[in-house]
Design a binder for this molecule. Structure first.
Ligand SMILES: Cc1cc2nc3c(=O)[nH]c(=O)nc-3n(C[C@H](O)[C@H](O)[C@H](O)COP(=O)(O)O)c2cc1C
Length: 741
């Protein structure tokens, strides 16, 4: 519901909102430009009387002096019976230039206020401001849900792609956008009488004036008492009419001034309502608040990107919303599949499972987790496929599941299996699936297979899980769903460096270059060659499928596109189809593969000290990070191999990086040498130095096998203890990142 409230108005109004935002950005810089051009006297330096005297000295036919909130002073005068208007310097009264408001800015303002359509357009713009308020509020709630609660709203945002960019931008801009939208809605509501307009402080014309000889303007006491910076407007009396008066309008109130006695007549201070109205207008336009104008402009600048990423998210969600038909009824089903999903991708996996179970002759009922029935009379297996959302929380189609589970009656024969879908970059990887598994277990249901976690929709892990389930159920389930078949390119191996054969850990550094492809029309038009690498950074992933199998394996990239080549470090696994295939390549051989972004595994920029930890081929992306450290920020590498003579990967490069200070410190450990040490030992040996680095704000990046990563995490937990910190807390702050396989 909340999501619909956010996305539907956004989709419908996107184009018009873009017009409002872009014109808003242009108008937002006007106060700052005006402010930079204006001379503003210090408070108390110049009174309205002095200002008027100086202006009149240069413009004897002065009729009116106006001051904008930005500090621009304009004199309206008559010379030789011709009216004129000039910008003047308030300190001298001299003219600066003829006052000619920009026709372009007037047009932009009209477009912003009314889409150049008078009242109908103003109503539309007002309606859009209200839509924007709704989108900002619903967006804030969605963001809080995404982050796992309001308290976590300022934490680093995990995730990738449009969804992450949208969340980052929205968090940056939401206050500014909300302020613009609220004040815009208010102004429209006042204009169309939906809200009462604050009574204007218009004093009534004085019934009596002295009618004496006009005194020089500089001597009028009422004008001497007002600071020039408070002036909005001073209208001069008709020349030669002693019964006429000055009309004075300031930021505080309005009244009349007797041109002979200088007495202030009929003065009316601004009411509280009038002040409020005045401030609402200023908060919308930034008039007189140039810095606020720029802040609002920057917020409005995000609207095109928010619209684009918002539409992409909506489209991705829509295109993956392949709802399955329920299949068998609750009463007749012998297998039940319940799906917990937020972004709809889990439904694709469920559909594959349902289809394969049907092919195996099962009667399958499939439904969202929120539709858990009280009883499935004939079912023998209950599958729960659940993603995790927010900070380890339930996705929307499972939000009621735990409550409904309380009324669930399980038959003795019913077994359950939970399959979690999540992303390892999140600190609570598949947490909701783990919670569901525990809750079903505590209901007395029998677990058919331990809860399994699928990382980033891995087709390989899903297939492997299907094989295990096939054995339990005595059927053949060849699960093949692959949520995001990637766009592949062709690459040629140009160099390989081999290590580790003598210690039974054959590991190769493989370097590829892109193969000339047929140029697209865009490349032809933009004079680009077809020989370009797709954009990627060290730490992103390279997906390759061996010829015998369509399922891609992912390897961490050790280079970035700017290095001009694609580099991976691959250990040959026993019976490994893909690693075996890659190790069989000779220079000149070609492969196809694709890039998958992995923005959650990148070193923090700036002077933050970086501690890199890896073992074996896990050094690949770490070497890539060091190579890119051309600013020579503090970077320390802890790496474990088997034997320095055989598998000291990147040894020559690391030597160069130490010499040119891209690498600050190198600590190695070798398990099949005299020292018989692992990377954890090298970390423990350096405990004090590491603790000091972390105290200074260092970030830790770990890459390698799962066992190594878990050992390293334990060691860091004990190093962090005296600091009253632990690895989980560092992970939440984005200061402990893992890329494990
Ligand atoms: C805002 C957001 C928060 C997420 N939080 C977690 C999390 O805490 N733990 C986790 O393992 N995965 C998390 N994920 C990853 C999703 O669970 C994963 O992408 C899953 O495949 C999505 O499936 P769905 O599209 O069916 O909802 C999150 C994803 C997003 C977009």
């Amino acid at each position: 519901m909340l999501r619909k409230l956010h996305s539907l108005p956004g989709l419908v109004a996107a184009l018009l909102l873009l017009v409002l935002a872009i014109t808003g950005v242009i108008l937002s810089v006007v106060p700052a430009i005006e402010r930079s051009a204006a001379s503003i006297p210090a408070t108390g330096e110049l009174s309205v009387a002095e200002l008027a005297e100086r202006v009149v000295a240069h413009y004897p036919g002065t009729e009116q002096i106006q001051r904008s909130l930005s500090g621009e002073v304009v004199v309206y005068y008559s010379r030789d019976r011709q009216p004129g208007a000039d910008l003047v310097n308030p300190l001298t009264g001299e003219g600066i230039a003829p006052y000619q408001p920009s026709a372009f800015l007037r047009w932009v303002k009209n477009l912003h206020r009314s889409f150049l359509l008078d009242d109908a357009g103003r109503i539309l713009a007002g309606g859009l401001a209200v839509v924007m308020v709704l989108m900002c509020l619903s967006g804030m709630f969605l963001l809080a849900r995404r982050m796992g609660g309001w308290k976590a709203i300022l934490r680093p945002i995990a995730g990738t792609g449009s969804s992450r960019v949208h969340a980052e931008l929205a968090r940056f801009a939401v206050i500014g956008l909300l302020l613009s939208a609220l004040t815009g809605s208010y102004m429209s509501a006042v204009r169309f009488g939906l809200l009462p307009e604050a009574a204007n402080a218009e004093p009534s014309y004085p019934a009596e004036v002295s009618g004496g000889t006009p005194a020089p303007v500089s001597s009028l006491i009422a004008l001497k008492n007002v600071d020039a910076n408070e002036l909005r407007e001073l209208v001069f009396p008709y020349p030669d009419d002693p019964s006429d008066v000055y009309s004075l309008n300031t930021t505080q109130g309005a009244g009349f001034v007797d041109q002979s006695t200088g007495e202030l007549l009929q003065y009316q201070p601004r009411s509280a309502g009038n002040h409020f109205h005045h401030w609402m207008v200023r908060l919308h336009t930034g008039e007189g608040l140039w810095w606020l104008g720029l802040v609002l402009g920057m917020a409005a600048l995000t609207v095109p990107a928010l619209s684009f990423t918002g539409m992409r998210i909506w489209w991705q969600r829509r295109s993956s919303s392949v709802r399955l038909d329920e299949g068998a009824s609750i009463e007749t089903a012998d297998v039940v599949i319940l799906v917990g999903s937020e972004g709809n991708t889990t439904w694709g996996f469920a559909r594959d499972l349902q289809r394969k179970l049907n092919q195996a002759g099962k009667k399958v009922h499939c439904a969202p987790m929120n539709d858990l029935a009280e009883h499935y009379p004939l079912a023998s297996v209950l599958f729960v496929l659940a993603s995790t959302y927010g900070d380890g929380g339930a996705p929307s189609s499972a939000s009621q599941f735990m409550t409904r589970l309380k009324h669930f009656q399980a038959d003795d024969g019913l077994k359950f299996v939970v399959l979690g879908f999540g992303d390892q970059q999140f600190p609570k990887f598949c947490q909701y699936a783990l919670d569901v598994d525990a809750a079903l277990g505590s209901k007395g249901l029998q677990q058919m297979h331990p809860v399994t976690r699928i990382d980033r929709g891995s087709a390989l892990q899903f297939r492997e899980w299907g094989e295990a389930i096939s054995k339990h159920m005595g059927v053949s389930l060849a699960l093949t769903h692959n949520p995001a078949p990637a766009v592949t390119s062709e690459f040629e191996l140009v160099e390989r460096v081999d290590y580790g054969v003598a210690v039974q850990a054959p590991t190769s550094i493989l370097r590829f270059k892109p193969v000339q492809s047929r140029r697209s029309l865009w490349q032809v038009l933009s004079l680009k060659s077809g020989l370009h690498l797709p954009s990627f950074e060290a730490g992103d992933l390279f997906g390759v499928s061996p010829p015998e199998d369509q399922t891609a394996r992912l390897y961490s990239l050790a280079s970035s596109a700017s290095d001009g080549q694609l580099e991976i470090c691959v250990r040959k696994q026993t019976n490994g189809l893909c690693s075996g295939y890659l190790h069989s390549l000779k220079p000149g051989d070609r492969i196809t593969g694709f890039i998958q972004q992995n923005p959650g595994f990148r070193p923090a920029g700036g002077a933050t000290p970086i501690i890199l930890v890896g073992a074996g081929a896990g050094i690949g992306p770490l070497a890539g990070f060091i190579r890119k450290n051309t600013d020579r920020n503090p970077m320390y590498l802890y790496w474990g191999g088997r034997n320095p003579q055989s598998d000291f990967l990147y040894q020559p490069e690391l030597g160069c990086y130490l010499n040119d200070h891209r690498l600050t410190g190198l600590n190695t450990a070798f398990s099949r040498s005299a020292e018989k040490a692992y990377v954890q030992d090298a970390i423990v040996a350096d405990e004090t130095a590491l603790r000091q680095l972390i105290e200074k704000g260092a970030q830790v990046l770990v890459c390698g096998g799962r066992d190594m990563a878990s050992g390293v995490s334990q060691v860091f937990d004990s190093i962090l203890k005296p600091l009253h910190l632990n690895v989980d807390e560092l992970k939440t702050e984005g200061r402990y990142l893992e890329d494990v396989y």
